[in-house]
Design a protein around this ligand. Structure first.
Ligand SMILES: Cc1cc2nc3c(=O)[nH]c(=O)nc-3n(C[C@H](O)[C@H](O)[C@H](O)COP(=O)(O)OP(=O)(O)OC[C@H]3O[C@@H](n4cnc5c(N)ncnc54)[C@H](O)[C@@H]3O)c2cc1C
Ligand SMILES: *[C@@H]1O[C@H](CO)[C@@H](O)[C@H](O)[C@H]1NC(C)=O
Ligand SMILES: *[C@@H]1O[C@H](CO)[C@@H](O)[C@H](O)[C@H]1NC(C)=O
Ligand SMILES: *[C@@H]1O[C@H](CO)[C@@H](O)[C@H](O)[C@H]1NC(C)=O
Ligand SMILES: *[C@@H]1O[C@H](CO)[C@@H](O)[C@H](O)[C@H]1NC(C)=O
Ligand SMILES: *[C@@H]1O[C@H](CO)[C@@H](O)[C@H](O)[C@H]1NC(C)=O
Ligand SMILES: *[C@@H]1O[C@H](CO)[C@@H](O)[C@H](O)[C@H]1NC(C)=O
Length: 388
């Protein structure tokens, strides 16, 4: 009997005799276009890969009750096609899965919390590696670093560290994957004090495209360290990281609701607050954030401004800095109205959108981030002061 694989080899030899005969060491993952297998099914993958994975790992397809959660996306317009889902129970499984996919010319894509919004995700079809079981958050004995596994997410890491008396740069939105954020930089409330998430990672455990496991740090693969810090999703699957942690401290939070007539004044105060000295937002003023939102107990036609400030320190220190916002009274008209007016107009046009908010401004402190030389990592936005 002629097996699929021997046919493949025969075709490869026939089409590319020079390449194949003179370069027997061309890695399999560069040969993927030489052949393709029939459509992947969960039962095939279970039979072929299942035994190699650690106990507790799961392999399933679209007919499984587990499939909807394992493939859910924050943005439903992003539609990777997960023909089969593999959930590894141990970090070491990731290398096995990658080798298996390479050997069989199956595309693979890591998924953690499904918040990625790059269009290219929608072109994927193959084996999804869902890392949600890898949830370890382990504070090391020196209490200066913690090991965080690939399946951790921001809210989970914040809570687990906080409960033990620590904080770390994690990113802000609780629902987002820690690694997804960290591999692209990672913005959050400790940016002013400690920098980006990536700036606090001292070691990455990673699996390369050929399934080889490596450790990446200043003395081991430093070129890859540069790339993982800012362009990381393209260079490896990270199975865990070692990140610096810091003693926790209390936060002071203050929120304001302003009616629309204060709009220009609020933005002038924000400009002074964040930008007058070019990005020297007080390092402890971790974030200011604002949205426009319809609050029907105030008005059904004019959205209000909801603003918040989070300060890492005592209320009295924060209040000194918040003086200009406490004092806002003036009524002014200017050119910053366009977006605000558009929001009201759209709510009037589509009343079903009334419960929505337009997140307008996220101003993190930047001192810690900008203390790191821009050319030391692949992250390209260090000079930028704001996310608008
Ligand atoms: C509502 C919302 C809030 C956000 N808030 C913040 C924030 O506060 N701070 C911030 O910095 N960013 C924030 N982001 C951006 C967010 O960091 C990125 O979208 C991130 O890539 C999402 O990661 P995920 O695990 O949730 O998504 P996924 O779609 O599961 O993963 C995103 C990408 O990362 C890859 N990937 C995931 N894990 C690994 C791994 N271990 N190794 C290699 N590649 C991997 C995936 O293959 C995919 O391409 C936010 C995004 C949204 C939608
Ligand atoms: C493989 O899947 C594609 C789309 O997912 C489908 O169009 C095609 O018919 C399938 N082929 C086989 C042999 O099942
Ligand atoms: C899917 O996720 C939801 C929300 O976290 C949970 O309540 C539900 O039990 C999950 N479903 C399955 C089949 O695991
Ligand atoms: C995998 O790739 C790395 C980086 O190119 C290389 O050093 C290593 O030898 C490769 N491993 C195998 C088994 O081919
Ligand atoms: C750097 O990585 C190598 C390879 O994993 C490891 O042996 C070494 O201990 C790491 N160094 C630090 C400082 O983490
Ligand atoms: C801020 O930076 C810009 C551009 O680099 C410069 O022109 C301006 O003078 C700076 N302003 C202050 C207050 O430092
Ligand atoms: C709307 O405004 C009222 C009065 O200020 C306030 O109590 C309430 O919390 C606001 N609702 C929302 C959803 O912000």
């Amino acid at each position: 009997m002629v097996t699929t694989k021997s046919l493949i080899v025969a075709y490869g030899l026939a089409l590319l005799p020079v390449l194949v005969s003179s370069s027997p060491i061309v890695p399999r993952y560069f040969q993927r276009n030489l052949f393709s297998r029939d459509n992947i099914t969960a039962s095939t993958v279970k039979t072929e890969l299942g035994q190699q994975l650690s106990k507790g790992s799961l392999i399933f397809g679209p007919d499984s009750a587990l499939y909807p959660n394992a493939t859910e996306r924050w943005n439903t317009r992003i539609t990777p096609n997960a023909q089969v889902v593999v959930q590894p129970a141990a970090e070491s499984d990731l290398a096995q899965i990658v080798k298996y996919c390479n050997d069989n010319s199956f595309e693979f894509l890591v998924r953690n919390r499904g918040h990625g919004t790059t269009d290219s995700l929608s072109t994927f079809s193959g084996i999804e590696i869902d890392v949600e079981m890898l949830t370890g958050v382990t504070i090391q004995p020196d209490k200066k670093i913690a090991t965080l596994q690939a399946g951790t997410f921001i809210g989970d890491v914040i809570n687990k560290l906080w409960d033990q008396g620590f904080v770390a740069t994690t990113g802000s939105a609780a629902c987002v994957g820690l690694m997804g954020a960290a591999l692209g930089g990672g913005h959050g409330r400790y940016e002013g004090l400690y920098g980006l998430v990536q700036d606090n990672i001292v070691h990455y455990n990673a699996v390369l495209a050929n399934g080889t496991e490596i450790g990446v740090n200043e003395t081991s693969h430093p070129d890859l360290l540069y790339a993982l810090k800012g362009a990381g999703h393209n260079f490896a699957i990270v199975t865990s990281v070692v990140e610096k942690i810091y003693p926790r401290e209390n936060w002071y939070q203050k929120t304001y609701t302003w009616t629309q007539d204060k709009l220009e004044t609020v933005f002038e105060a924000l400009n002074t607050f964040h930008k007058s000295a070019n990005g020297t937002t007080p390092a402890r003023m971790g974030v200011s954030y604002g949205s426009i939102i319809m609050n029907t107990s105030i008005s059904t036609t004019e959205a209000v401004l909801e603003w918040g400030f989070d300060y890492a320190g005592p209320a009295a220190d924060a209040e000194k800095l918040l003086g200009p916002f406490n004092a806002i009274k003036a009524i002014q008209v200017g050119s910053k109205r366009t977006l605000y007016n558009l929001f009201n107009k759209k709510i009037a046009e589509y009343p079903e959108l009334a419960p929505s908010a337009y997140l307008w401004h996220e101003g993190y402190a930047t001192a810690g981030m900008q203390a790191i030389p821009s050319d030391s990592t692949a992250y390209p936005h260090r000079e930028e002061n704001h996310l608008m």
